[in-house]
Structures are given as structure tokens and as C-alpha cells.
Design a protein around this ligand. Structure first.
Ligand code: G3H
Ligand code: 13P
Ligand code: NA
Ligand code: ZN
Length: 328
């Protein structure tokens, strides 16, 4: 059944678990997420970005998620819009039937320019007013995702700030977070702690200086009732990088957010954990390996099947690690 994000995250807080929020663009990702959830008895958050809508088309994306709800009626599903850039974008998603939206007012409507605090409060507050009237949840974001080493948001073509960010934008301030939640009444708050979108988060395994789980603890201590959201939370599995590079890929050395650090975050108020890159890496590795090892195959179902299986394994591992398993 389709449920709101608030319902799910309240349950997660009460029972002390976190929920991975996987991005969805196509049928294979949707199947991987749902089959993994079904086999581990996990509730699901599926999220669609603007890029996903551009790729699949809004009606296809919407029906893909609705098909998941139809095929797995016993699994609670949140249909979430990732990184909405304006109240108008969020409004369209609500009209499409999404049960949750993210109003990312940390950036201006272009999705690239860091916005000031007053702008963020205003667009988020307006979105909450509209969404809550429809029973839809809202995630806001305070602080800008980006590397504490370089000040860069990381992804060249994706979601994120352009140019170098100041150190104080890269770590959400606990006092400002309290003020923001009070002023906007958001259901969940995305925070900046040194992660960034994409595969290139850290040049070496992160330490407390580059990934601030400490900051999560400080924010949670100040606003214990607020559901915290970690973006840029792919772990960038080294085994999949090896497979990709073994079979013709060229991905330089890079590191993600270790699963055990996310689990520590979940102990301190993190309830939603955004993951996209890990499914992309697993899918690419599985397809590269299959095609290299089966050069005479040309039925796409063959390589899409191994892609789905690889993504499903990642989903299951996260459901289990985050304590989502058994909570559906
Ligand atoms: O927020 C970033 C997500 O990974 C979505 O990426 O805009 O390429 O679909 P995308
Ligand atoms: P990753 O790129 O680390 O998977 O993060 C995804 C994300 O935060 C989507 O909003
Ligand atoms: Na989101
Ligand atoms: Zn994100």
C-alpha cells in the first residue's frame, strides 16, 4: 500500500531503524528494490529525481511505482520526489500522486546556486502548507552537500551546487536546524555532513574529518524528534569497482560512505538514507561482466536479468544493515 513518508519514518523512529531510499529510473531498479523488500519483509521508499522523469517520462515513472504497489500489496511503499527545486515542481508531483516530496531549498531554482536561509525557509514553508493539506509529507534540506576536503559538490552533471562551497555551508548548524524545522514544519530534514552525490565522494576512506557523524549526533541532540535524512549515502562497493574495471571500465580510485558509519547515524536519528550510485555501479558491473563473458548473447533480457540480481543484492544488504528488514 502507498503510505506517506511521515507514517513510515515515525514507525522507524519508534523502532530504531533506518530506511534506504533508492532512486528509480527503470523497471529493473523497481523490480530489484521490491523483490529485495519482499524477501526481507521491508518497507520501501522509492524516489524519483527530475533526471528520472526526463529519462522515463512522468507517466511511465508514476505507473512503475503504482505497479510495484499493485504487485506487492503487503509492502508499505512511499512514493517520494527527490530534490524538488521549487514549490511548483512539488505541487506537480503531488498532483501525480506522490505521497512525499523533497523541497530542496538549499539551492536556488536552478539547482546549482546555493540559496540563503530566508529563501530556503520561505519555499519550504509554502511547500509544507500545500503538501500537508493533501496528506503528503515534505523533506527539507539545510546545508549544502559537498566534500569537506575540496568544498565541491562533486557530480559534474547531476544534482548539486556549482563552484566551491564555504566550510560553514558544508556542515548543517544544529541551532539553525532547530530554527528551520520550527519555521517550516518539515517532516524530515536532510543535513550536510560531508557527503556528496555520485561515486566520487572521498579520495581515501573517510575519517571523522571528512565525514562528520559527530555532526549528526549534535543535530539529533538538539532536535531529537526530527527525522534526519542522509543524502549521498552510497557506499561505493570496492568489489563492484573491481568488476567494472576488470571488464573494460575505467573508474579511478574512490570511496563512499561505509555502511557501519550509516548504521551509527541511524543510532542518532537518521531515518532515511538516500542511495542511487550503488545500484548504478552494481548494474554496470553485472552488465559489463555478462557481456564480456557471453559475447554471442544479444537478448537484452539476459543482461538486464543479471543487472537486476546485482542491484537486488545491494538492496537486501542495506535493508538488513539498516534494520529495515522485518519491519514491513
Ligand atoms: O540526487 C541525486 C540522485 O542520484 C539522482 O540523480 O539526477 O542523475 O537522476 P539524477
Ligand atoms: P548517492 O549518489 O550517494 O547514491 O546519493 C543519492 C542521493 O542522495 C539522492 O538524493
Ligand atoms: Na529526497
Ligand atoms: Zn540527494
Amino acid at each position: 500500500a502507498l503510505i506517506s513518508m511521515r507514517q513510515l519514518l515515525d514507525h522507524a523512529a519508534e523502532h530504531g531503524y533506518g530506511v534506504p531510499a533508492f532512486n528509480v529510473n527503470n523497471l529493473e531498479q523497481m523490480r530489484a528494490i521490491m523483490e529485495a523488500a519482499d524477501e526481507t519483509d521491508s518497507p520501501v521508499i522509492v524516489q524519483a529525481s527530475a533526471g528520472a522523469r526526463k529519462y522515463a517520462g512522468a507517466p511511465f515513472l508514476r505507473h512503475l511505482i503504482l505497479a510495484a504497489v499493485e504487485e506487492f500489496p503487503h509492502i508499505p511503499v512511499v512514493m517520494h520526489q527527490d530534490h524538488g527545486t521549487s514549490p511548483a515542481v512539488c505541487q506537480r508531483s503531488i498532483q501525480l500522486g506522490f505521497s512525499s516530496v523533497m523541497m530542496d531549498g538549499s539551492l536556488k531554482e536552478d539547482g546549482k546556486t546555493p540559496a540563503d536561509y530566508a529563501y530556503n525557509v520561505e519555499v519550504t514553508r509554502r511547500t509544507v502548507e500545500m503538501a500537508h493539506a493533501c496528506g503528503v509529507s515534505v523533506e527539507g534540506e539545510l546545508g549544502c552537500l559537498g566534500s569537506l576536503e575540496t568544498g565541491m559538490a562533486g557530480e559534474e552533471d547531476g544534482v548539486g551546487a556549482e563552484g566551491k562551497l564555504d566550510h560553514d555551508q558544508l556542515l548543517t548548524d544544529p541551532e539553525e536546524a532547530a530554527e528551520f524545522v520550527k519555521a517550516t514544519q518539515v517532516d524530515a530534514l536532510a543535513i550536510a555532513i560531508g557527503t556528496s552525490h555520485g561515486a566520487y565522494k572521498f579520495t581515501k576512506p573517510p575519517t571523522g574529518d571528512t565525514l562528520s557523524i559527530q555532526r549528526i549526533k549534535e543535530i539529533h541532540a538538539r532536535i531529537p524528534e526530527t527525522h534526519l535524512v542522509m543524502h549521498g549515502s552510497s557506499s561505493v562497493p570496492q568489489e563492484w569497482l573491481e568488476v567494472i574495471n576488470e571488464f573494460g571500465g575505467a573508474i579511478p580510485e574512490t570511496y563512499g560512505v561505509p555502511v557501519e558509519e550509516i548504521v551509527e547515524g541511524i543510532r542518532h536519528g537518521v531515518r532515511k538514507v538516500n542511495i542511487d550510485t550503488d545500484l548504478r555501479l552494481a548494474s554496470t558491473g553485472a552488465v559489463r561482466r555478462f557481456l564480456a563473458q557471453n559475447p554471442a548473447e544479444f537478448d537484452p533480457r539476459k543482461f538486464l536479468k543479471v543487472s537486476t540480481a546485482a542491484m537486488k543484492d545491494v538492496c537486501k544488504a542495506r535493508y538488513e544493515a539498516f534494520g529495515t528488514a522485518g519491519q514491513a
